[in-house]
Design a protein around this ligand. Structure first.
Ligand code: F6P
Length: 343
């Protein structure tokens, strides 16, 4: 067989580990070779492909963040209008199965291609951990480790200066990174998109800390956090050319408001793409490798229209539909658990 793979959407640590596992498994277990399309769907549409060899070069990428194939975003309308070209390119290259590695948008595109006769097995990735039907996506653990390290570091400088520190982390629609890094880093408050925040309540909580003799406060805020309706005005941002929400810095907004309301010294740190860069954690390398091995095996068995997913301890195949029908948000009970440690 001839397998093709590509990485699409925002990158995350662990993509190279998946590519390596696909190449090595296809070669060693099935004698198949693998090509990679460059820069995501765009490379497939433009037929820009590279041969991937099962040699020492592919082993080296295991530890590297980013993606050796490059990535990109494409508007769904452009992809849909390119179906004939995509099929033609796959036929010309003699591809029997396509393994796209990506988040919600990529998997939606994969589902659409699968529905239109392209043999697809998807691999879920995103630091946001918001893909439904899988317990974890690789990249998330690394992002949480980076964010937790930042929160740890902010404790000491916050205490020295008696400040309130706001840490804004990624998470457009879901607060998994904020929740986990906030819990792991011992933040005094965590703000996630799933639970609109009450600025008055946050201020009271911070002020209470100072009154009780504590010297500082740390608040982790997901970039997609929003205030409770009618509690404060702010610039909500808009959408970009791919239909994704753009943000205007809710961490800074919350920080400014706290300063204004309780008169304490406040600083805001926006972690941004630092969370997505660099070497993957051991957990992400292992999860990504397991996904790659199972995706290659599923492709060779002809189990198309599916993604590999972590269910408890096992990697299973689930319908792409289950993965893209809804976002995996933080359940309120999980937030309530974190809330027990606020203040
Ligand atoms: O979806 C992953 C993600 O890292 C989000 O957390 C973040 O909002 C977005 O991508 C950033 O995208 P870009 O790299 O285009 O700025």
């Amino acid at each position: 067989m001839r397998i093709a793979t590509l990485t699409s959407g925002g990158d995350c640590p662990g993509l190279n580990a998946v590519i390596r596992a696909i190449v090595r498994t296809s070669s060693s277990e099935f004698g198949s070779n693998v090509v990679g399309f460059e820069d995501g769907w765009i490379g497939l549409m433009e037929d820009r492909r590279v041969q991937l060899y099962d040699d020492e070069r592919i082993d080296r990428v295991l530890r590297l963040g980013g993606t050796m194939l490059g990535t990109g975003r494409v508007h769904p309308d452009i992809l849909m209008s390119s179906l004939d070209r995509i099929k033609e390119n796959l036929d010309d290259a003699g591809i029997d199965a396509l393994i796209p590695i990506g988040g919600e948008g990529t998997l939606k595109a994969g589902k659409w291609l699968a529905d239109n006769g392209v043999p697809v097995v998807g691999v879920p990735k995103t630091i946001d951990n918001d893909v439904n039907a899988t317990d974890y996506t690789f990249g998330f653990d690394t992002a949480v480790a980076v964010a937790t390290d930042a929160v740890d570091r902010l404790h000491t400088t916050a205490e020295s200066h008696q400040r309130v520190m706001i840490v804004e982390v990624m998470g457009r629609h879901v607060g998994w990174i904020a929740l986990h890094s906030g819990m792991a880093g011992g933040a005094h408050h965590i703000v996630i998109p799933e639970v609109p925040f009450d600025i008055e309540e946050i201020c009271k909580q911070m002020e209470r800390r100072f009154q009780m003799g504590e010297k500082y406060g740390i608040i982790v805020v997901a970039e997609g956090a929003t205030p409770k309706e009618g509690t404060m005005t702010y610039d909500e941002g808009g959408v970009d050319q791919f239909g994704h929400q753009t943000f205007t810095g809710i961490g800074q907004v919350i920080g400014d408001e706290i300063k204004r309301r309780i008169g304490r010294d406040v600083r805001t740190t926006v972690l941004g793409h630092i969370q997505r860069g660099g070497t993957p954690t051991a957990y992400d390398r292992v999860l990504a490798t397991r996904y790659g091995v199972q995706a290659a095996r599923a492709a060779h068995r002809g189990e198309f229209g599916k993604i590999v997913a972590l269910k408890g301890e096992n990697i299973e195949l689930v319908d792409i539909d289950d993965a893209v029908s809804v976002l995996k948000t933080v359940p309120i009970e999980r937030y309530r658990t974190a809330q027990a440690l606020f203040g």
